[in-house]
Structure formats: C-alpha cells, structure tokens
Design a protein around this ligand. Structure first.
Ligand code: ASP
Length: 458
C-alpha cells in the first residue's frame, strides 16, 4: 500500500485535481491520499491557508470578516463548478466556515487553528466527492474519526505516539481514503495544526502508521535539486538521498519537503519519493535509509534567511562550570527555542530563528544575561542566513571545508560562523542575509560546476 500526499498547487484548481484522479487511478496501491488546501494557481495568487489566516485575523480584530469569507467561498465555488460537483458542496463549505468563525475567540491560537484547518478539511471533502462522482470508491476520512491526536501546541503541534495504533486501522478501510493534511485534534478534542507546510507531516505519519511500501510526496517540481534552481537554474536533479541528507537540506531551506516529515518515515523505515503531479512519469527523488554508494561528497547546498545570533563573551568562560547551561536556561525560561550554540574559549554564540524574538523579549533576555552571567560583552545580531553543504560522503572527504571556505573567500563573502555537525554529514556557514545568494552560488560552483576540470563533488 502507498500513501500519496498532494501539495497546494496540486489541488489549486479542477484541472490539477483531475490530474490527481488519474494518478490515483493508475496505481491501485495508492489507497491513502492526503491533500493540502488549494494553493497558488499563479505567482500572484494567494494560498487558501493565507486567505483563512487573513479571515481569522479580521474576525479577531473587528468581530466580522464577511469580505474575507466571501473570497474563500468563491475560491472553493470556482473549483466545485469546474469539477461539475454538486452546488450543495459549496453551501456546506460556506456553512462550515461560518460555524468556525462563530467559534470561541478567547484563545487566539485555538481560533486561528480552527480556521486554518478548514482549507485542508474542505478540500478533502471536495476531492472525495469529485472522485466518487467519477466512479472511484473514494471516502473522506476525518482526522478526528481516524484518531490523529496532536499536542496542544496550536500552530506548532506534534503527533502523540498513541495516534499510530489508531491510524493503522486506515489500512483496513475499503476503497481510497481521502485524508486532509495539516491538522489533527488535541486530547481535549480541539483542532490543532502542524507548522506551516505541515501536510507533508500528516502524510508521513499515515505512511508510518500503515507501514506503507512508499510515501509519495507529489508537488510541482520533478525532483529535489542540488541547489535552489531560482539561484542556479542549471542545478542537477538529485535521484537518491538519505533521510539524514534530506532532513539537513530541508532544515536549511529546501522547501519541497517539510523537515519534520522525515522523522515518522525514518522511524517506520518507509522510503519517501518526491514526485511531480504535472509529470508523474518522471522518476523523482527517492529518500531512503542508506545509499550504497554514499561517497561523492556534497549532494546539495541549502540556504535560509531569518536567523539571529546572541553573542556572549567572558574572559575565562572555559573555566566557569555551568556557564553554557545557565545561558541556555535563560532562553528556556523565556520559551525561546534555539538552533545552534557554537562555542569558543571565552565566548559562546546562540543562533536562533529571528521570529523567536520580539524587541521586548530581546531586551529582557539581554538584561537577564547581563545580570545573571556577568559577561564582558553581550550582543544580538540580526539578518543572519545559514548555508549548509550536505552529503553522507563528506565524512570521508579530505579538504572539503577548505574548498568551501576558499570558494566563499573568492566570492568576497565574509563567514560569520562555521559549524560542522557531529554527524559530519554537513557543514554550516553563517553569512549576512545580503550575501546568501552569492554564497550559495560560490559553493555550488565549487562542488558541482568547477570552472576547470570535470564535475567533481568532493
Ligand atoms: N496549507 C498549509 C500551508 O499552507 C499546509 C500545507 O500546505 O502543507 O501551510
């Protein structure tokens, strides 16, 4: 049995949904289908999830959201009409949205999640109806009924372990299950969503629960590329990646697959295949536990903006027992999660996502560090980008770091931070956001398209 997930652009209009119909029909193994909310039909279009967020915000701010609601209903009505599905579906979607908008607004996060989940939920109902109308034995299944239980971290939920046993029963259902991505329910019965892009996580959880032979992740590109094709259009497709490589690349900005979706697949040993709804015959990228020829050095260069560094220095820090713990404990107490903490002899940096900080939180953290740790200096710097070069074979390659730093130096990029993970399958560089693209290009050319000699990757 296969689990197939279709992203936002794959359900953006009726034409795309009919491509899914053909893909599902072509393989009887595709028995569990996870769908996103309708995404962008063109570059200037807006995703339904973003429309829903705007709608919820209007309701929270002004106590009404008629204009925003009408736009969303129109979006679904358009798909319903093009599919030739019964008009009653649009009416049901409208009444579902009104019901959510009339819900309790005391807890903003819960209210927001209830609205955000409406995109996937109604899309799944519409897709199931359209497939049924065309003679497929397709059924919408609600995450509540199936037992997808999540932590009560609204907007950032995680699956609860006990969900897996309940979800395993999906394998026994007749016909094709159409399951909405992105959300589940807390133990108290409230809607909770995964982080943005979280339909990938739903698909991975279902694939793990039913022990699928493969988790197919359908999107709008043929494969994962060695580097963002918007930066380097010539970047080659990657045919095979390990879980660890994909996790590292996804973490640092490879948008095709959510980094948190790797974990359930890894735990259940389910291979993942990234495929294109618009070209289903293309082989795509396979993500597997191990690559036999794990050599070859660097497989990809990833990058992401939006990081900040807290830099703390204190003479003889290396002799002060518990310094690092105390620093991290201050962040923990302020509910700030951090990403990396490279250290020197007399200094320690903590790298975190800038969205973790507000100006007030930032000032408070600096005050606490100053008062409680008595450092010589503490500074926060914003506008940091992380660049990663990733590859299982990097462990065995000599001179790789020097090659990378040379390439960055020749491109005139100043390295603010350099970190090699303990796994040795990646090296991370911190550079100024303004230098990000230049840095990616330089690394790409160093490892994939050297100006002299044949292509080399180590
Ligand atoms: N619709 C959600 C989002 O836009 C989840 C997803 O598409 O995976 O983030």
């Amino acid at each position: 049995m296969k689990v197939a997930k279709f992203g936002g652009t794959s359900v953006a209009d009726a034409g795309q949904i009919l491509k899914i119909f053909d893909i599902v029909k072509a393989d009887p193994g595709r028995r569990i289908i996870v769908v996103s909310a309708p995404g962008k039909r063109s570059k200037t279009d807006t995703k339904v999830t973003d429309l829903l967020i705007a709608c919820a915000e209007a309701m929270l701010k002004h106590g009404q959201a008629d204009i925003e609601l009408a736009v969303i209903v129109e979006r679904f009505a358009c798909i319903q009409k093009e599919l030739g599905a019964p008009e009653s579906i649009t009416r049901e979607i409208e009444s579902d949205l009104r019901q959510r908008l009339a819900g309790d607004r005391k807890h903003h996060g819960k209210f927001m999640d209830s609205l955000k989940a409406a995109g996937e939920d109604n899309c799944a109902k519409l897709v199931a109806a359209a497939f049924k109308q065309r003679g497929m034995d397709a059924h919408y299944v609600s995450p509540r009924e199936a037992g997808l239980l999540l932590s009560a971290e609204f907007g950032n939920a995680q699956v609860l372990e006990k969900s897996y046993a309940a979800l395993a029963a999906l394998a026994q259902r007749p016909g094709v299950t159409i399951f909405p991505g992105f959300f589940g329910y807390t133990e108290a019965g409230e809607v909770a969503t995964f982080p943005r892009g979280g339909s990938d996580i739903t698909g991975a959880i279902l694939a793990a629960a039913v022990q699928a032979e493969v988790y197919e992740n359908f999107t709008d590109v043929d494969s994962v590329y060695a580097c963002d094709p918007r930066i380097e259009p010539e970047a080659p497709a990657i045919a095979l990646l390990t879980y660890r490589e994909m996790r590292e690349l996804a973490y640092a900005g490879f948008g095709v697959f959510h980094d948190e979706a790797i974990v359930p697949a890894v735990q259940a040993n389910v291979p993942i295949c990234i495929k294109n709804t618009n070209r289903p015959a293309a082989p795509g990228t396979k993500i597997v536990p191990q690559r036999t020829a794990a050599g070859g050095g660097v497989v990809g260069v990833a990058s992401a903006d939006g990081f900040s560094t807290i830099f703390v220095s204190k003479y003889l820090m290396n002799r002060e027992v518990g310094f690092g713990r105390k620093l991290l404990q201050i962040l923990e107490a302020e509910k700030i999660s951090y990403e990396h903490a490279p250290t020197g002899i007399d200094n320690m940096s903590v790298i975190l996502r800038s969205k973790e900080l507000t100006p007030a939180k930032e000032a408070h953290v600096i005050t606490r560090i100053t008062e409680e740790l008595n450092p010589d200096d503490v500074e926060i710097e914003h506008g940091l980008a992380l660049i990663m070069i990733v590859g299982e074979g990097m462990r065995y390659a000599v001179g790789l770091a020097s090659k990378a730093t040379r390439a960055l130096a020749e491109a005139g990029v100043n390295i603010e931070m350099l970190n090699q993970g303990a796994s040795e399958i990646s090296i991370m560089f911190g550079v100024k956001e303004a230098d990000r693209k230049k840095a990616v290009r330089a690394l790409y050319h160093a490892f994939f398209a050297p100006t002299h000699g044949a292509q080399e990757s180590s």
